[in-house]
Design a protein around this ligand. Structure first.
Ligand code: B12
Ligand code: SF4
Length: 492
C-alpha cells in the first residue's frame, strides 16, 4: 500500500462521508497509487485499532485529516504510529492543517502538512518518497521541517478534474448508498461571511460545469442507484446559469432521485429564485433547501458580512413552505458584539419562522465556536477580551476536547455579557420547544416533559430569563446522547 488515509473519530456520532481523504484517495488511485482508507468515525474504537494495526505494516506512508477539534486524536494517533514504525512518513491535511500549517508541521511526529488541496502535493510527495528524492521544497502546497527550520512552499493551483472513487468507502457504508448518497458539485464559495472557512481561506466558488455534474450523476446512479443525493458543497446555487442547465438536464435525462442542496436567502430575488423558479426546483424533486440565516438582528448580519436581509427571511420561509421542499434554516448565537437583545431577536425569528412553517428544520441556534483564522477571529484576538490562541499543535490538542453532538461547549466566550447560559443553550430551547409531548410519553423520556412544556412557553412568549432549566436539560441530554453514541456506530 502506498498510503493509508485516516479520518479521525470526529465524535459527532453521524456517519458522513470523509470528504477530504475521499477526494485525495480518489485522485491518488487514478494516478495508480495503492490507497487504503479507514474512517474512525464509522468504527468502534476496538475495530478502528484492529484495522489500523493490520494496515500499518503494509503501508509506505500515512495521511490523516484534521479538524481543529481533532487535534488531540491526531496527536495521539501520530505518536502511536511513530512508536510502532518510526520511519513511516506522516502527512496531515484538512481544515486545521490549512489554517495553522506551521504550528502543525512543528510537531515532531508530523512529517508533512498540506496547507490547501491535497491531491497534487500528496501525489508528488509519494512519488518523491518512492524515489528517495528529498527535494521537498519543490512540492507546492506543503509545509515541513528541515534542519530545525519550517519551510512552507507556495500554494497549489486549481484542483485537477477527477472522479470521486466511492469504492474507497468501507463496505458497510457502500451498502447504504442507495438510501443516501453525497455528491460534491463544486468547492468553496464567493461570499465573505467572516466566520466561515471559505472566506477565511479565500476559497472562491469553483463549480463543476452542468454537463460534468450531470455526467457524474449518471455514473453515480448507474453504480449505486440512490433515491436521494445530498449535494454536499456549500453554495450549490452560486451560478444561476448552472442551476438552469442542471434543472433542464434533470428532466432530459429522466432522473427521479430526490436531492438536498445549500442555498442563500439573497438568491430569492425577481432576477434569480422567484416563485416560478422555486416551483421548477420543486418539480425536479428537490427535497430540502438548506439556508444559513444566522441571526435575527440585521446589525449582527452586517457585522458578519452575511449579505442577507433579516426582512427577507420570513418571505423565503413562506415561499418554501408553499412547495413540497423542506426548508432547513441554520442559526448562530454568541458571536462577538452580539447583545442579549440581539440573541433574543434570533430566538423570536425562529418562533416566527415556525409559525409560518411548523414542519421546517431549524439547526441551532448554534453556539459560535472559535476556530483559528479569519476576520472574526482576528477581531477577537485584537478585541481585548483576553482570548489567546494556543501556540502549538500540542496546545490545540489540549483545548480541543471530545464534543459529542456539540453539546459540551467551551465556556470561554468573554465577549458574551450577561446571556451566556441562554446563548449556550439556545439550541436546547428550540429543540425542547419543538418536541411533541406525546413523544415523551415513554418511561425513559418522561423527565423531559416539564422541560419541554417550559421551553414551549419560553419560545412562544419570549421568556428567556433564568434559563437554568435549559442548562440542566443540556447536561442531561448530553449524558443521554453520549450513552447512546456507541450504538450509532457500525462495526465492520
Ligand atoms: C462536509 C463537512 C463536514 C462533514 C464531513 C467531514 C469531512 N471529513 O469531510 C461532517 C458532518 C462530519 C462535519 C462535521 C463537523 N464539522 Co465540518 N465541514 C464540512 C464542510 C461543509 C465541507 C468539507 C468538504 O466536504 N470539503 C470538500 C473536500 C474535498 O475538501 P476539503 O475538506 O477542504 O479537503 C481538501 C484539503 O483540506 C485536503 N485534505 C483534507 N484532508 C486531508 C487529509 C490528507 C491526508 C491530505 C493529504 C489532504 C487533506 O485535501 C482535500 C482535497 O483537496 C466544511 C466546510 C468547508 N468549506 O470545507 C466544514 C468544516 C470542515 N467543518 C468544520 C467543523 C468545525 C465541523 C464540526 C466540528 C462542527 C461541530 N459539530 O462543531 C464537526 C466535527 C465533529 C466534531 N464534533 O468534531 C469546520 C472546520 C474548522 C476547523 N478549524 O477545523 C469547517 C471548515 C466549517 C467551518 N466552520 O467553516 N463536517
Ligand atoms: S454564504 Fe455560506 S458558505 Fe458562503 S461564505 Fe457565507 S457562510 Fe460560508
Amino acid at each position: 500500500m502506498d498510503i493509508l488515509l485516516i479520518e479521525p473519530d470526529h465524535k459527532c456520532g453521524i456517519e458522513y462521508f470523509p470528504w477530504g481523504i475521499l477526494a485525495v484517495g480518489s485522485y491518488l488511485r487514478q494516478q495508480n497509487f495503492d490507497v487504503g482508507l479507514i474512517n474512525a468515525s464509522y468504527l468502534l474504537e476496538r475495530d478502528f485499532r484492529a484495522q489500523l494495526f493490520e494496515a500499518l505494516p503494509k503501508t509506505r506512508a500515512v495521511g490523516i485529516s484534521c479538524f481543529s477539534t481533532d487535534a488531540a486524536f491526531v496527536r495521539d494517533l501520530c505518536a502511536e504510529i511513530k512508536g510502532i514504525r518510526p520511519e513511516l512518513q506522516i502527512i496531515v491535511g484538512g481544515p486545521h492543517a490549512v489554517l495553522r500549517p506551521e504550528q502543525t508541521a512543528a510537531h515532531p511526529d508530523i512529517d508533512f502538512v498540506i496547507h490547501g488541496p491535497g491531491e497534487e502535493p500528496t501525489e508528488q510527495l509519494l512519488t518523491m518518497l518512492g524515489q528517495g528524492n528529498t527535494d521537498f521544497e519543490k512540492v507546492p502546497g506543503i509545509c515541513f521541517r528541515r534542519d530545525g527550520r519550517l519551510i512552507r512552499t507556495p500554494p497549489v493551483g486549481p484542483v485537477p478534474e477527477y472522479r470521486v472513487d466511492y469504492s474507497l468507502l468501507p463496505a458497510n457504508k457502500l451498502a447504504t448508498l442507495a438510501e443516501y448518497m453525497e455528491v460534491l458539485s463544486g468547492r468553496g464559495c464567493s461570499f465573505q461571511c467572516t466566520f466561515c472557512y471559505n472566506a477565511v481561506c479565500g476559497q472562491k466558488w469553483l463549480g463543476k460545469t452542468a454537463d460534468a455534474l450531470l455526467d457524474e450523476i449518471d455514473v453515480v446512479l448507474k453504480r449505486y442507484n440512490p433515491h436521494a443525493i445530498n449535494f454536499r458543497d456549500e453554495n450549490f446555487f452560486q451560478s444561476k446559469e448552472r442551476i438552469l442547465a442542471f434543472l433542464a438536464g434533470y428532466h432530459e435525462r429522466g432522473y427521479t432521485f430526490r436531492w438536498d442542496a445549500t442555498c442563500r436567502a439573497s438568491y430569492f430575488t425577481k432576477s434569480y429564485i422567484d416563485e416560478a423558479l422555486l416551483q421548477r426546483i420543486a418539480q425536479a424533486n428537490c427535497r430540502r433547501l438548506k439556508f444559513g440565516f444566522e441571526s435575527g438582528s440585521q446589525r449582527v448580519l452586517n457585522f458578519l458580512k452575511k449579505g442577507n436581509k433579516v426582512e427577507s427571511y420570513l418571505q423565503v420561509a413562506k415561499l418554501v413552505e408553499g412547495t413540497p421542499i423542506i426548508g432547513s434554516y441554520s442559526f448562530l448565537v454568541g458571536v462577538p458584539t452580539e447583545t442579549a437583545e440581539e440573541c433574543r431577536q434570533t430566538l423570536a425569528l425562529v418562533r416566527d419562522i415556525l409559525d409560518v412553517d411548523p414542519n421546517c428544520e431549524i439547526l441551532g441556534p448554534q453556539y459560535y465556536r472559535v476556530y483559528p483564522g479569519g476576520e472574526l477571529y482576528n477581531y477577537i484576538l485584537a478585541g481585548g477580551y483576553g482570548y489567546s490562541e494556543p501556540d502549538s499543535f500540542e496546545g490545540w490538542a489540549k483545548v480541543a476536547r471530545g464534543d459529542y453532538f456539540g453539546l459540551a461547549k467551551g465556556a470561554t466566550h468573554p465577549w458574551i455579557k450577561g446571556f451566556k447560559t441562554l446563548a449556550r443553550h439556545a439550541d436546547m430551547l428550540v429543540f425542547l420547544a419543538r418536541t411533541p409531548i406525546n413523544r415523551l410519553l415513554v418511561p425513559r423520556k418522561l423527565l423531559g416533559i416539564p422541560f419541554a412544556l417550559l421551553a414551549k412557553l419560553r419560545l412562544r412568549f419570549r421568556l428567556y430569563a433564568l434559563p437554568w432549566d435549559l442548562k440542566l436539560a443540556g447536561a442531561l441530554y448530553s449524558r443521554y446522547a453520549s450513552m447512546m453514541l456507541p450504538k450509532s456506530k457500525r462495526s465492520v
